[in-house]
Unconditional design. Structure first.
Length: 168
């Protein structure tokens, strides 16, 4: 498994590595390096290999294509939702949205999971496909309350400011 983040998100990358080491059973192979970019900030990367990762791969990548199923969402729970928000979440005014490279079915699965937690979430589509999940004001507030417990304070505060739209 490979995780790459901007060097400005180094503390979150270290937290992810620590979490993976704690959750993985057995020995691991680990390699960390820095990738040069054309911008001012480089990318930090770590590669993580362990014998037990095949279980996660089989669940997340059936037929070698990533798929977020209801089963995956139930297993990862609110902690998985917290990391999904950090990677894909946006605050637009008083509302929120989750936007990524997901199929319409994956968007529906995520939306159904959010609604099962009491978070008002609706998939939004254009003429071609589903493009995001929109969160209501109360839904955004409830989501932030739920995920705040799972994240280190400094990481969440830094990520939320970066994700906030101009003028809010």
């Amino acid at each position: 498994m490979e995780v790459v983040r901007s060097e400005t998100e180094r503390s979150f990358l270290k937290y992810q590595l620590k979490l993976l080491k704690e959750l993985h059973e057995g020995p691991i192979d680990f390699y960390q390096d820095r990738l040069a970019t054309n911008s001012y900030y480089d990318k930090e990367r770590f590669r993580f290999h362990g014998d037990q990762l095949y279980r996660a791969y089989e669940l997340l990548y059936p037929r070698d294509h990533r798929y977020i199923s209801p089963n995956v969402l139930e297993i990862t729970g609110t902690k998985g939702l917290a990391y999904l928000w950090l990677d894909q979440g946006r605050v637009n005014g008083l509302r929120g949205s989750l936007r990524g490279r997901y199929s319409p079915e994956e968007y529906q699965n995520i939306s159904d999971y959010l609604n099962s937690l009491g978070i008002q979430a609706t998939p939004h589509a254009n003429q071609l496909s589903t493009i995001e999940i929109c969160l209501s004001r109360q839904g955004l507030r409830l989501l932030l309350e739920i995920i705040n417990v799972h994240l280190p304070k400094n990481t969440y505060n830094k990520m939320s400011r970066r994700r906030t739209a101009v003028g809010t």
